[in-house]
Design a protein around this ligand. Sequence first.
Ligand code: DX5
Ligand code: ZN
Length: 217
Amino acid sequence: MSITISPSLLSVDFLELKVELERLNKIDDLWLHLDVMDAHFVPNLTFGEPVLNKVKTVSKHKLDAHFMVSDPDFFAENFKNVGLHNFTFHWEAITHHDRLIQKLKEMYPSVGISLNPSTPVSAIPHYILGKVDLVLLMSVNPGFGGQKFIPEVVDKVIELDQIRHKNNFQFQIQVDGGINDQNAGYLIQAGANNLVAGSYIFSEPTKDYASRINKIR
Ligand code: DX5
Ligand code: ZN
């Protein structure tokens, strides 16, 4: 499987949003990771549908939305015309996972589920894993960019990759939080094939984001 890098919009200079998106447009094979937070599921508030409608007019990349929200069902409706490629919601946020996945499948090309660091892989039944396109394992507690990587996630990636192989499931394994050139190799070796990175990429002093992205790859 090839490795997809999904730079997180959370770490861009928002005063230069258009220019930052144009910088990313010069790099191929990226997803653009969009952290939607509701100040309820996580203690932070980011951007919503009006901002992302503008983002999509500039970015050439597939839009990868990570909903850290208590009511993903509401956001599914609210975002249906934004042109998202992937819609990921948090397993911990809701009860009727299967129902929401069926609904999302009718609206979005790719559907993902995300686990907080403290939620075990075994929380998701295999019949659900057979229905999703992506599983996002958080390697920080969601809510903020620039946090420290929690190394125990590597074992979760290995466990999930084994389940994927044994059952011939097709989902991508995405990891998000504190990713840099020091830990990316371990994650890829463990079976991750989609890595989100924010502060590591966008803190490059000369704004040569391609160099940081290549180091992760
Ligand atoms: C955190 C977000 C991440 C965040 C990653 O809750 O889900 O996507 O932007 O940022 P870094 O790479 O700085 O940890
Ligand atoms: Zn994220």
